[in-house]
Write a protein that binds this ligand. Structure first.
Ligand SMILES: [Zn+2]
Ligand SMILES: [Zn+2]
Length: 161
């Protein structure tokens, strides 16, 4: 029976124990969280930028997106072009705002909760929805208009937590 060290009191206990018999630390939960954190760390470590662009995950390659009331807004995730840098990791492919790539690669941003990183799936995206990218209008990364975080409605639409 393998033994592990209780993360709270340091005592050697069975790796099957749900709770430390000494200090009542919820071992099973703590270990599951650690495993999740390790898996995430491995995915983050594998993140890299691919030298091509992909359709923007927020506006789906249009350079703008529509609201339910018929109004449209220019997309500042892709800086109006409809295209964003493509990134790859061991868990799949990502569309990332140009000004967010470094923070994404360093593990500081995730899809879709950041509002500027989009998970595209396990397969490399190939074609573009439109043949030409629109004109780039660089945005200030400090602009308060950038959706660094999403509101709950938008998260639901994107399938986020
Ligand atoms: Zn303990
Ligand atoms: Zn866009």
């Amino acid at each position: 029976m393998p033994l592990i060290e209780c993360p709270d009191c340091g005592r050697q206990i069975s790796d099957r124990a749900k709770v430390c018999p000494d200090c009542q630390c919820p071992i099973a939960e703590v270990m599951a969280e650690r495993r999740d954190a390790e898996v995430r760390a491995q995915h983050v470590a594998s993140r890299e930028r691919v030298e091509r662009e992909v359709d923007c995950g927020r506006c789906h390659g249009r350079g703008w997106f529509g609201f339910g009331d018929g109004l449209i807004a220019w997309c500042i995730v892709c800086e109006h072009t409809g295209r964003t840098p493509l990134c790859r990791a061991s868990d799949g492919w990502y569309s990332v705002a140009p000004y967010a790539v470094e923070r994404f690669l360093a593990g500081g941003l995730d899809a879709p909760t950041s509002g500027v990183v989009y998970f595209l799936g396990a397969n490399e995206p190939k074609a573009h929805a439109f043949p030409e990218a629109a004109h780039r209008v660089p945005v200030d990364p400090e602009s308060p208009a950038i959706p660094w975080t999403l509101d709950p409605d938008e998260k639901r639409k994107l399938g986020g937590a």
